[in-house]
Each structure stands twice: as structure tokens, then as C-alpha cells.
Ligand binder design. Structure first.
Ligand code: ADP
Ligand code: MG
Ligand code: MG
Length: 210
């Protein structure tokens, strides 16, 4: 296939475009259960990434590290530090693996990134956060690869798990973040941070595997 930097460049561009397009939807969702800034925040992050991507390094670990730095500055709210730490930990995993990362290395990067989010924010699966999309996706990816699935089939399984996990947040009482102030009143609505994860993961899968 094409060189990794080109694939990564296309994935990043498609994810940025999708997050900008999702701004109204994510704004409405965060207005319903939070303070309404998630759509604008992620769109602003995407614009910053588009501007700064040409200066990112060549190898995937360097790109993830630079993405982390951009998003730490450009994202507001709770999502900023959480995405920054996710990407930084993922970069460290790829660095440690060395060479051109294989599907398994990306799977471990996603799993360890999700773990870093949990460590920083104190949330676990079931608390109605982005982790309800991230953790099932990372688990599904690893399980599929362990079972011998092709990388793109494993990615499809991860997207499906993220979608299922996101849908399940509608039945959860929030315990973390701003929507925890709403308590039971958030029930029936999907967590916007989880929805954002499902959106970008789906785009990653589509772009890598089309
Ligand atoms: P804020 O509430 O500060 O405005 P954002 O709008 O940037 O935060 O992000 C809201 C999303 O962040 C939530 O929908 C949820 O998915 C996620 N989130 C909130 N708190 C946590 C946490 N402690 N751990 C993981 N994710 C969290
Ligand atoms: Mg918010
Ligand atoms: Mg906010």
C-alpha cells in the first residue's frame, strides 16, 4: 500500500473534516447534557490540526505526539487534556514498538491510550463518558486481531463496538464530568464525548480500508 505517512495524512484530514461537519450535532448533544461546547471545541481542534499538520514529523509516533500537543492547546473543556493524554500514551506505545507499526501495535496504542484517559479522569466503563466507546472498541480490535482477523475486519469490529458502547450510554446515569450534575435527567440521551469517538473511529476505519 501507500507509505504510512500518506495514509496517516489522509486519515487525519478525513477525521478533521468529519469533526467539523459534526459540530452542530455534537453541540446539540452537549447542550442537552453538558455546557454545549464540545462541538465547537472539537471543530476548533480540527482546524488547528489542519493548520499544523504540515509541520508534524514523519513517523506515526511523532505524528501522534504532535497531534497531542496541538489538541492540548486547541481543545477546551474536559476533552482537551483527555485527548492530549490519549494521544501521548498512544505515541509512546508506537515508539516502544519501533519501526512501521503493525495492526497489533495500533491496537495496543488505542488500549493504552484509553487506559491513560481513565487514569487521568478517574472514569471507568459505565460512567457515561468517551470511555464507553473507546474501551469496547479497543477490546474488540485486540480480540479480533488475536482471533486472526484481517486488520480491516478487526477495525470494523472496533467501530461496531464503539457504536454499541455509545448507544448504551443513553441508559447510563452520568457519574463523571459536567453531565453528572444532571443525574437521571441525562438518561435517554447519548453521551456526546462517546459519540465523538464513534464518529472519528468510523472515519479512521473507512479511510484506512476503503
Ligand atoms: P466539559 O464538560 O468540560 O465542557 P467537553 O464538552 O470537552 O467537557 O467534553 C465532554 C465529554 O467529555 C463528555 O461527554 C464525556 O464523554 C467526556 N468526559 C467528561 N468527563 C470525563 C472523564 N472523567 N473521563 C473521561 N471522559 C470524560
Ligand atoms: Mg462541554
Ligand atoms: Mg466546557
Amino acid at each position: 500500500g501507500p507509505p504510512p505517512r500518506r495514509v496517516l495524512e489522509r486519515v487525519v484530514e478525513e477525521v478533521c473534516a468529519a469533526l467539523v461537519a459534526a459540530e452542530p450535532e455534537l453541540t446539540m448533544m452537549d447542550q442537552a447534557v453538558g455546557d454545549g461546547d464540545l462541538g465547537i471545541s472539537l471543530a476548533r481542534g480540527a482546524e488547528a490540526v489542519r493548520r499544523e499538520f504540515p509541520g508534524y514529523g514523519e513517523d506515526p509516533a511523532a505524528v501522534l505526539r504532535a497531534l497531542s500537543a496541538t489538541l492540548r492547546r486547541a481543545l477546551g473543556g474536559t476533552s482537551g487534556p483527555l485527548y492530549a493524554v490519549l494521544l501521548l500514551r498512544a505515541a509512546a506505545v508506537l515508539e516502544e514498538a519501533g519501526g512501521v507499526p503493525a495492526a497489533r501495535d495500533w491496537a495496543r496504542a488505542l488500549a493504552e491510550g484509553a487506559r491513560a484517559v481513565s487514569e487521568l479522569g478517574g472514569a471507568e466503563v459505565g460512567d457515561r463518558t468517551m470511555l464507553d466507546a473507546l474501551v469496547p472498541a479497543a477490546d474488540a480490535l485486540r480480540q479480533a486481531l488475536d482471533g486472526g482477523a484481517e486488520p480491516c475486519d478487526a477495525l470494523s469490529a472496533a467501530v461496531e463496538a464503539a457504536r454499541k458502547g455509545t448507544a448504551a450510554t443513553a441508559a447510563m446515569t452520568p457519574r463523571r464530568g459536567r453531565s453528572s450534575y444532571l443525574g437521571e435527567r441525562a438518561v435517554g440521551r447519548v453521551d456526546p464525548g462517546a459519540e465523538a469517538v464513534a464518529i472519528w473511529l468510523e472515519v479512521v476505519s473507512r479511510t484506512v480500508c476503503e
